[in-house]
Design a protein around this ligand. Structure first.
Ligand code: PHE
Ligand code: FE
Length: 275
């Protein structure tokens, strides 16, 4: 999510901060970075990512000739759930980001990481944004959740409650796990786009895996520059969407009086899940 407070787009960007992807200008070495990352993650994610993600990867055929051409991806995605991907120059201000989501447009970065950054970079690039986020947008339930989140974001901004709502995004859209009948599966974009965290989130004994509880999640702080100490596990995408249909204004009022929950902390009410 964005940072800049000024809503004026940078030079060359449209009023909604979008730019042309400029697909024809990607260099062969940049396409190669995508292919390397794609092949690594696609192999690792079989049996680790949730079905919705794996189906989405197939449905959009994101392998192709390297970095996906959004002119080709968008018609397929739009037909499935009404979503499209738009290109932005980098982080965009919160209201701009939420407005895109509320209108079923996912803002994706244009650049791709350098070959020496395959394992980690702090800013979202097109691999994180398109490989990580876009497959889930082919799922009708998750597609509705992301759109509702955009509307909820605009509302939370008005209520001065973005800090609580942003934690929901972090612990679901970015780092969520799902309890499938066959076992724990990944749906969070921050996990599926990282080789290390794909394995760590599911198989390492160190992180806590806690049953998703909406208010608990909104009270839980996060840090952006390390493997997560806690993952929240949803029973299904439908359960996640259902939990967010309620009016959050009442929840925000309650949360004002509740203390935050620290990194890796476990409370007496938490239900832990074995990996
Ligand atoms: N129901 C939330 C509200 O009243 C909006 C929302 C939906 C937020 C889905 C997040 C996800 O503000
Ligand atoms: Fe992301």
């Amino acid at each position: 999510m964005g940072a800049a407070a000024d809503l004026t787009p940078p030079p060359g960007a449209a009023a909604d901060w979008t730019i042309d992807q400029g697909w024809d200008a990607y260099a062969p070495a940049e396409h190669q970075v995508w292919l390397t990352l794609y092949e690594r993650q696609a192999a690792l994610l079989k049996g680790r990512a949730c079905d919705a993600f794996l189906h989405g990867l197939d449905a959009l055929d994101l392998h192709g000739g390297g970095i996906p051409d959004l002119r080709r991806v968008n018609p397929a995605l739009e037909k499935l759930t009404g979503w499209t991907v738009v290109t932005v120059p980098g982080l965009v201000p919160d209201p701009v980001f939420f407005d895109h989501l509320a209108n079923r447009r996912f803002p994706a970065g244009q650049f791709i990481r350098r070959p020496d950054q395959l394992d980690y970079l702090q800013e979202p690039d097109i691999f994180h944004d398109v490989f990580g986020h876009v497959p889930m947008l082919t799922d009708p339930v998750f597609a509705d959740y992301m759109c509702a989140y955009g509307r909820g974001g605009l509302r939370a901004l008005g209520l001065g409650q973005l800090h609580h709502l942003a934690r929901l995004y972090w612990h679901t859209v970015e780092f969520g796990l799902l309890q499938a009948p066959e076992g724990l599966r990944i749906y969070g974009a921050g996990i599926v786009s990282s080789r290390k965290e794909t394995i760590y989130s599911l198989e390492d004994p160190r992180p806590k895996r806690i049953e998703f509880d909406l208010e608990r999640v909104m009270r839980t702080v996060y840090k952006i520059d390390d493997l997560q100490p806690t993952y929240f596990v949803i029973p299904s995408l439908q359960a996640l969407l259902d939990a967010t249909l309620q009016d959050f204004a009442a929840i925000y009022d309650r949360l004002r009086a509740e203390p935050d929950i620290g990194l890796g902390e476990v409370t007496a009410e938490d239900h832990l899940i074995a990996a």
